[in-house]
Design a protein around this ligand. Structure first.
Ligand SMILES: Nc1ncnc2c1ncn2[C@@H]1O[C@H](COP(=O)(O)OP(=O)(O)OP(=O)(O)O)[C@@H](O)[C@H]1O
Length: 363
């Protein structure tokens, strides 16, 4: 029996809590059958001690069902998701492997169109403003991993291609800088006209390379704008990145809470702590006066409660936010003292406080 045949058989073993199998996740390093003994080695990234034990048991069970297998040797190499120092091949690592990004925070949503990128862009600018005021300019990064529709370059008013430093395996992408934020986006690397027909494993490989080869320098916060949804691509990405926390963006319709909750559960399953929920398009701020809850109300707080986290803030639905995004000048830059600008600054402030607190222990 060949290695490929054994791997094909191991596709029956799902990663705990997910519908996807360990082979397509790329966790099976080697597989062989020697004199009736099936030898398999796995490499996984988790800080949950139950996961390697569970996988070992499942793989053993699966292998013993194969004809000719009398015994098994299963080796599981575990890398903790939250190592004290970031490995050298992770974002923000120096050549010596020391971590230069203090906090990497994902911005996710259960589905598209909730304003996740708008939120990420404004939050990044607001964080940059607050940190600059504390004497820490240039310490915020924004990484746009939305391969399906990267909108961060437009929203940040950035065009062109990032410079590359070094050559071959040492080549590093230099982030572009605008509004005090260092930005890297898949949008810088794919042509507008190129149809983005990516399959799961390709996304994983591309984004991994993309993430590992960015010269961020020293950052206090790196925000990672994820592709919308909770599918395999998002899950792979979340497992690949050394995240310190995640924020879920949702809209106020109570009906949106189920899908937003799925987004939150995805992070919890891979032991990324939730830092809070942000509700976008919460109410229409009528220029003639008054507020109208056009999309209903309660979605943000319900989602936060269901996920056991806090509501970081409610962002109004206003033309200035859309216009700021289209013009490459986010509302928090264009009109920092407007209601929307202040909301983003309050959320940024809350996030900085949250990040300064000790991280709750992982499951
Ligand atoms: N609070 C708001 N007020 C007015 N317009 C908004 C607001 N939030 C987002 N928008 C607008 O809604 C549109 C969608 O926003 P955005 O691209 O940020 O969504 P998204 O969730 O990132 O989408 P996807 O995940 O599908 O890429 C944009 O035109 C944006 O300007």
């Amino acid at each position: 029996m060949t290695s490929e045949q054994i791997k094909e058989h191991l596709k029956q073993v799902k990663y705990p809590g997910f519908s996807r199998d360990i082979v397509s996740f790329g966790l099976v390093r080697s597989a062989a059958l020697v004199d009736g003994t099936a030898k398999v080695s796995l490499a996984i990234t988790t800080s949950d001690p139950k996961v390697p034990l569970h996988l070992k048991k499942e793989v053993d069970h699966c292998l013993r069902a194969l004809p000719g297998v009398k015994d098994t040797i299963i080796d599981v190499a575990v890398t903790a998701t939250r190592a004290p120092a970031t490995p050298a091949n992770q974002p923000g690592a120096t050549a010596a492997g020391a971590r230069t990004i203090r906090h990497a925070v994902a911005i996710g949503s259960g589905k598209g169109g909730v304003g996740k990128s708008t939120f990420a862009v404004n939050l990044a600018c607001a964080l940059a403003q607050l940190l600059a005021a504390q004497g820490r300019p240039g310490r915020v990064g924004l990484m746009d991993c939305d391969i399906y529709g990267p909108s961060v370059p437009l929203m940040m008013g950035l065009d062109g291609r990032p410079e590359i430093e070094g050559e071959g395996a040492d080549a590093m992408l230099v982030p572009m800088e605008r509004h005090g934020v260092k930005v890297m986006s898949m949008g810088f690397l794919v042509d507008d006209d190129t149809p983005v027909v990516w399959r799961g494993p390709m996304i994983m490989k591309t984004v991994q390379q993309f993430v590992q080869n960015v010269k961020w320098g020293e950052l206090d916060v790196l925000l990672v704008d994820l592709p919308p949804g909770t599918g395999d691509a998002q899950l792979s990405l979340v497992q690949t990145l050394p995240l310190d926390g995640a924020i879920i963006v949702t809209t106020p319709q109570p009906a949106a809470t189920n899908v937003a909750r799925k987004g939150g559960l995805m992070f919890q399953k891979v032991n990324v702590p939730l830092l809070g929920v942000a509700e976008n398009m919460s109410y229409f701020l009528d220029p003639a006066g008054g507020q109208h809850e056009v999309f209903g109300s309660g979605g943000g707080i319900i989602t936060a409660e269901k996920l056991g986290t806090t509501l970081l803030g409610r962002v109004p639905l206003i033309t200035a936010i859309r216009e700021g995004g289209d013009a490459g000048r986010p509302v928090v830059v264009q009109a920092p003292d407007s209601a929307a600008g202040q909301t983003f600054r309050t959320i940024a402030d809350a996030l900085l406080h949250r990040l300064a607190q000790p991280v709750p222990p992982r499951m």
